[in-house]
Write a protein that binds this ligand. Structure first.
Ligand SMILES: Cc1cc2nc3c(=O)[nH]c(=O)nc-3n(C[C@H](O)[C@H](O)[C@H](O)COP(=O)(O)OP(=O)(O)OC[C@H]3O[C@@H](n4cnc5c(N)ncnc54)[C@H](O)[C@@H]3O)c2cc1C
Length: 380
């Protein structure tokens, strides 16, 4: 049973926290303002071994497991959730299928450069008419000789506008249904027929770049197929399950940032002759936030530990994502309240946490979908 970090994990946490505070924090304001990811972070983090930290050491990654991935995501999201999401995609949904199903050639071509930060990855499942209902995607990949021709539109794709390659989910055999008819392909930037249809402007997480991608008679060589044709749905479910644990870590990072800012502010802000932290109403809010964050942390690291120990369970993963994302929403709402009028001002980071956290109950499976999974696992 996972109880505390190993010495290696503790050292990694200290190092990545230090990096996030010293090297990411100064970039946040401009990136959020311009809605542009600071792409130089990719090679910088790659060189330090801070990208794709859970991937195998034999490809140059840290092999720190899901626990290591969550440590990194939590610390980066504490500084900037948008930047954390781009880094999460790189080490998660954008490359997990390559690690698990990729050929040695595909790993050399895409995975290793992604670990080094030389290539940026994205993962494209969602479509304009298919979000929670992933089986309803309409993108098709038709085999023609030694290639596949992809047609379709992908929506809300993190890193889409800056990606060097995208893992695209498509039907290769619609008649066979999702479990036997969906496949995953790598599509490289610059492939004729593949365009970024538009970059999307968001309420929060603005330092991550999100786009709509179009595939129009986009021809890719058959060797860009990942794993077996028709098995993509299973690969995708396993990828998303792991990604949800990282999502819990991202939620936790923002909840912590909101809590830490509130704790400090409550001790500094004086009203009626005393710090507002002396008022029971404020003390109880902070006590509640601290407790919820601690509970979310346990659920999240337990789910990560289960993944690392080959006991990946849908229920625990869904609980971790569901609970942490709801805790983050509660924490940012209370944080803004504790900060009073100052928290509502654009110049204060608390409003960013507030905008960022709203996403967490929506993306990579909404709270309703997580509860549906938990209920199903309960046998009802
Ligand atoms: C910023 C951002 C980044 C994203 N990045 C990526 C990415 O990199 N790659 C990618 O593929 N996708 C990405 N997504 C897509 C994301 O995963 C979807 O938005 C999410 O799965 C929800 O789908 P939807 O937005 O179409 O909402 P819908 O599925 O249309 O849901 C709308 C509402 O209906 C509810 N609902 C739907 N079905 C049910 C049901 N069965 N029971 C109860 N309630 C239900 C939902 O909970 C929600 O409240 C991103 C989205 C955002 C906003």
């Amino acid at each position: 049973m996972f109880i505390e970090f190993t010495q290696e994990q503790t050292m990694f946490q200290g190092a990545i926290r230090d990096f996030a505070e010293k090297e990411i924090a100064p970039l946040v304001e401009e990136a959020e303002e311009k809605e542009r990811f600071p792409v130089a972070l990719f090679p910088r983090m790659g060189a330090l071994g801070y990208l794709c930290v859970s991937h195998p050491a034999k490809y140059g990654a840290g092999e720190l497991g899901k626990v290591g991935d969550c440590i990194a995501v939590e610390e980066i999201a504490r500084i900037a959730s948008g930047i954390a999401s781009a880094i999460m995609v790189q080490g998660g949904i954008g490359t997990v299928i390559l690690v698990r199903q990729g050929t040695e050639e595909q790993k050399q071509k895409y995975l290793i450069p992604a670990i080094k930060g030389e290539k940026i990855a994205a993962f494209a499942l969602t479509e304009p008419n298919a979000g929670s209902d992933a089986a309803a995607i309409q993108t098709t990949a038709v085999k023609e000789g030694d290639s596949y021709v992809i047609n379709g539109t992908k929506m809300f794709i993190t890193n889409g506008p800056i990606a060097d390659f995208v893992v695209v989910m498509s039907y290769t055999d619609k008649e066979a249904g999702p479990r036997k008819g969906m496949s995953a392909f790598v599509v490289e930037k610059g492939t004729p027929g593949f365009t970024v249809a538009r970059k999307l402007s968001k309420v929060g997480n603005r330092s991550a770049e999100t786009g709509e991608l179009a595939f129009q008679d986009c021809r890719v060589p058959a060797e860009n197929l990942l794993g077996e044709a028709g098995e993509g749905f299973g690969y995708m479910l396993a990828t998303l399950a792991r990604g949800r644990v990282s999502h819990a870590a991202r939620s936790l990072g923002v909840a912590r940032a909101a809590f830490e800012a509130s704790l400090q502010y409550a001790q500094e802000r004086v009203q009626f002759g005393q710090p507002i932290a002396r008022f029971q109403a404020i003390r109880f809010k902070l006590a509640r936030m601290a407790t919820d964050i601690e509970a979310a942390r346990w659920l999240m690291y337990r789910a990560a530990w289960l993944v690392d120990n080959g006991q990946e369970r849908m229920k625990e993963v869904a609980m971790a994502k569901f609970f942490a994302s709801e805790v983050a929403q509660q924490a940012v709402t209370e944080a803004m309240h504790i900060h009073g009028g100052y928290g509502y001002m654009s110049e204060h980071p608390v409003q960013r946490y507030y905008r960022d956290a709203k996403l967490f109950t929506i993306t990579e499976g909404t709270s309703e979908i997580q509860q549906t999974i938990i209920a199903r696992e309960l046998g009802i």
